[in-house]
Design a protein around this ligand. Structure first.
Ligand SMILES: *[C@@H]1O[C@H](CO)[C@@H](O)[C@H](O)[C@H]1NC(C)=O
Ligand SMILES: *[C@@H]1O[C@H](CO)[C@@H](O)[C@H](O)[C@H]1NC(C)=O
Length: 198
């Protein structure tokens, strides 16, 4: 293979200029990477998350007319484990359902969670007139007999971190879990329910 090498008597100034620009850009990229990486190491970001910390089934019964009456207390904690970054949650919305039947939407207005802290939300869900199909009425009867009722809680959260000089970074999470109770005394049967990625 032959390759023709043309070599001028002097390197064209534009070539020098391009080489200098490339070097400067390369150095800038390295510096920015180091700053971002060390910022990351110092701040050690952890995605804020939401957990169901406790719950209670205050009432659960079906009426003669086939309507579901229920009252549930759910305590949801928004946690920001970052010691150097505030978190602001903007879209937080969960749907509580029973056997595919939507019972209530739990929504939080945009809120802030300070560094290394958490905020608790107490939701009281009250429903008195959810019409049940005959199949669902059977399900309710079975659940009451077995003293075990299962609800589903599903939804999303979105927000932003404010990470000092690095600006703000978006985060999001997804919650999909079962809330189980003993209807006889309303006790919540604990099981993991968190938007934190495993
Ligand atoms: C974060 O909070 C925990 C418990 O509230 C506390 O023990 C810990 O010292 C705090 N860490 C920082 C860096 O503030
Ligand atoms: C509620 O009832 C369940 C099952 O009957 C039982 O295991 C549980 O200990 C009870 N909880 C309380 C607080 O009484």
């Amino acid at each position: 293979m032959t390759r023709k090498l043309t070599q001028g008597s002097a390197t064209h100034p534009l070539v020098w200029f391009a080489a200098i620009i490339c070097t400067v850009v390369a150095i800038a990229v390295i510096i920015v990477s180091i700053v971002v990486f060390s910022g990351y190491m110092i701040i050690h970001p952890r995605v804020p998350f939401i957990t169901v910390t406790s719950a209670h089934l205050d009432n659960f019964q079906n009426t003669e007319a086939g309507l579901l009456e229920t009252e549930i207390t759910i305590v949801v904690r928004a946690e920001n484990d970052n010691t150097k970054a505030h978190a602001s949650f903007s879209d937080t919305s969960f749907m509580l359902s029973f056997q595919g039947l939507n019972i209530a939407r739990l929504v939080a207005y945009p809120f802030e969670v300070n560094k290394n802290s958490s905020v608790d939300f107490h939701y009281l869900v009250q429903s008195s007139s959810i019409p049940l199909s005959p199949e669902l009425m059977d399900q309710v009867d079975i659940s009451l007999k077995r003293d075990r009722i299962v609800f589903n809680l599903k939804g999303n959260l979105r927000g932003r971190w404010r990470v000092g000089l690095l600006g703000s970074v978006k985060f999001w999470g997804h919650l999909n879990c079962q809330l189980k109770f003993h209807p006889s005394n309303g006790t919540y049967i604990r099981s993991p329910c968190s938007s934190r990625a495993k």
